[in-house]
Design a protein around this ligand. Structure first.
Ligand SMILES: [Zn+2]
Ligand SMILES: [Zn+2]
Ligand SMILES: [Zn+2]
Length: 307
């Protein structure tokens, strides 16, 4: 297995958003990536890729010849196409509180072959966010590449019900991918979440965090500044290459967004910017690291239709 990796610092500033199919239905191990939107290609010089005219899935950041057919690779800018992601779970009917493994199979959209190479983004090849349908369970983890195009992630589901998984990865020579999928743990589903506004200060493991939004009442389709104030100006550290990580999920789990700070300098204020796509209440998880300890906190933000 050949894995070539590049760290692209400029990616930290790239804002990635996905919106899944609004008509999705929970199904056992259903995949509904079809209508997710891939983020646009970052404007960086490393963005130029070399592609085989015969094998569009053969891509490299270096000039040369195709490893499959020997043709000279042609320089170009990656097209923002969506890769194929099949998400499975082993065993296929996982039990709560027992070990299970999420299996992510990534194929290219041209020849449907397993993708051999991924860029490192924020220190990892693959970021996965797992959220339960009652929004009580949140996990941000990093599946391991075990074979060409195959990542695995061990997990213990806390309860039956639907889980939504946001996958964030960046195949070499292509565009960053943000794809959502669903897995189902058999049994009686929990009561759905009924979220109301919760901007209260939260206490993490070693810091307190409060939230203000600008405007105070976020509206659909408009920029909202998410300003977090940490009582931990001393000792704040980057976590996975960023001053913070944010996951926003709508209360019906249709929208999932993964963002990094727009403004942060290691001080007590960390600011993200979001554009909420629908008039729902969103649960916002943020992660900040201090003294090697990651704090995970959440807030609930109702979003209204503009008047
Ligand atoms: Zn070729
Ligand atoms: Zn991550
Ligand atoms: Zn992140």
């Amino acid at each position: 297995m050949q894995v070539r990796t590049w760290t692209i610092a400029a990616l930290c500033a790239v804002s990635l958003t996905t919106r899944a199919d609004p008509a999705f239905r929970p199904e056992p191990v259903a995949e509904d990536t079809a209508n997710a939107v891939s983020a646009s290609t970052p404007d960086i010089s490393e963005g130029i890729v070399y592609i085989c005219p015969m094998d569009p899935d053969v891509r490299s950041h270096a000039a040369g010849s195709c490893r499959r057919c020997g043709m000279t690779l042609v320089a170009g800018v990656p097209d923002p196409v969506e890769f194929h992601l099949d998400l499975g779970v082993i065993p296929s009917a996982p039990e709560p509180l027992r070990g299970a493994v999420l299996q992510f199979l990534v194929h290219d959209p041209w020849k449907d072959r397993p993708v051999p190479a991924f860029n490192v983004v924020h220190e990892r090849l693959f970021h996965a966010f797992v959220v339960s349908e009652d929004l009580q369970f949140f996990e941000h983890g990093h599946p391991t590449l075990v074979a060409d195009g195959e990542f695995q992630y061990p997990i213990q589901f806390p309860a039956p019900g639907m889980y939504r998984i946001l996958s964030d990865f960046y195949p070499v020579g292509a565009a960053p991918q943000l794809l959502t999928a669903t897995v189902f743990v058999p049994g009686v589903s929990p009561e759905p979440a009924h979220l109301t506004r919760d901007y209260d200060q939260k206490a993490g493991k070693n810091m307190r965090v409060s939230l203000a939004t600008i405007p105070d009442q976020p509206t659909v389709g408009n920029r909202t500044q998410m300003r977090f104030t940490l009582d931990a100006a001393q000792g704040l550290e980057k976590y996975l290459g960023a001053w913070g990580h944010l996951l926003a999920a709508s209360d019906d789990l249709i929208d999932m967004m993964h963002e990094h700070p727009l403004r942060a300098d290691g001080g007590s204020q960390v600011e993200f910017e979001l554009v909420f796509p629908r008039a729902r209440t969103y649960r916002i998880w943020v992660q900040f690291q201090k003294d090697d300890i990651v704090n995970t906190l959440h807030f609930d933000v109702p979003v209204r239709t503009p008047q």
